[in-house]
Design a protein around this ligand. Structure first.
Ligand code: HEM
Length: 252
């Protein structure tokens, strides 16, 4: 905890310096950059008030941390699952090769990426199985009966998302990496990798797009193998391969 608080303070000092530079126009450019910080500076709350420095810095910190590490880890797992499932990788590659050839060197658009049916199944299956966000916090707003226990109103709960995603009642053979299970019959309550309700992940479509785009480029340009196929998983603070996923990689 001490390390977290210290790191947070260090990160926020960097963001604060940039925020002050923008607010005071210290570089004299006076040019809006139209990025996240500028967005927060011009944003007003429900009562029409601008956000305070603390609110802006807290928001930047949560977006940078929540939006960066999560996608990095999910990308690592995608490389791992695909290396272990060559037939899935081949189907993914076939779909993406068709798009790549049709573009003849031009960049792909987000619309084109989202239309890649099999790739999006690989994305969802990777997010389900990797369980990057282990849990969400909730407070009960009424008494809840659960498996013979009463959870009283007002209790703070840790909801283990991993439990939802590896429960055989929700998924056949839940530990198997099987993108084909995403055939449209999935119940929304069985997929909570991005949380649920009004506080659901604000970046979930961006995260899915980033992963799909990465899969497009890696599958059409490269082949790779795991150095340690039986590597153990380190679960805290997020599930990651213990060796950081060492791979050998080469151009196709
Ligand atoms: C695979 C990647 C990601 C996963 C698994 C993930 C997961 C989550 C989860 C479980 C929550 C809590 C939701 C809840 O309490 O119901 C959350 C919240 C949030 N996420 Fe993500 N996230 C990912 C990527 C991103 C990205 C890329 C961004 C932005 C750039 C982002 C921004 C946020 C924000 C701002 C919240 C807080 C929403 C709120 O409290 O209203 N996340 N995310």
């Amino acid at each position: 905890m001490r390390k977290i608080v210290k790191s947070r303070r260090k990160a926020q000092a960097i963001f604060k310096e940039e925020l002050d530079r923008r607010r005071n126009n210290t570089d004299g450019s006076n040019q809006p950059i139209n990025d996240l910080i500028d967005g927060f500076i011009t944003l007003k709350d429900e009562e029409g008030n601008y956000l305070s420095d603390t609110e802006i810095l807290d928001n930047i910190t949560s977006i940078v941390l929540g939006g960066f590490e999560s996608v990095v880890i999910v990308t690592v797992w995608a490389l791992c699952y695909l290396a272990k499932n060559p037939s899935v990788l081949q189907k993914l590659r076939d779909e993406n090769m068709v798009l790549k050839k049709s573009k003849s060197q031009k960049p792909v658009s987000s619309d084109e990426i989202f239309k890649l049916v099999y790739t999006m199944k690989v994305v969802d299956e990777t997010v389900r199985l990797s369980n990057v966000a282990n849990f969400v916090l909730r407070t009960t707003t009424e008494d809840v009966e659960y498996k013979g226990y009463t959870i009283p109103k007002g209790w703070n709960m840790i909801v283990l998302l991993r439990y939802v995603h590896v429960d055989p009642n929700n998924y056949d053979d839940p530990l198997c990496f099987n993108p084909d299970r995403w055939d449209g019959s999935m119940l929304p309550e069985n997929f909570q990798a991005f949380g649920a309700g009004p506080r659901t992940c604000a970046g979930n479509m961006l995260a899915r797009l980033q992963l799909a785009l990465f899969l497009h480029h890696i599958s059409t340009g490269y082949k790779w193998e795991l150095v340690n196929p039986d590597v153990k998983v380190k679960y805290l603070p997020n599930p990651k391969p213990e060796d950081g996923l060492e791979i050998t990689i080469a151009r196709l």
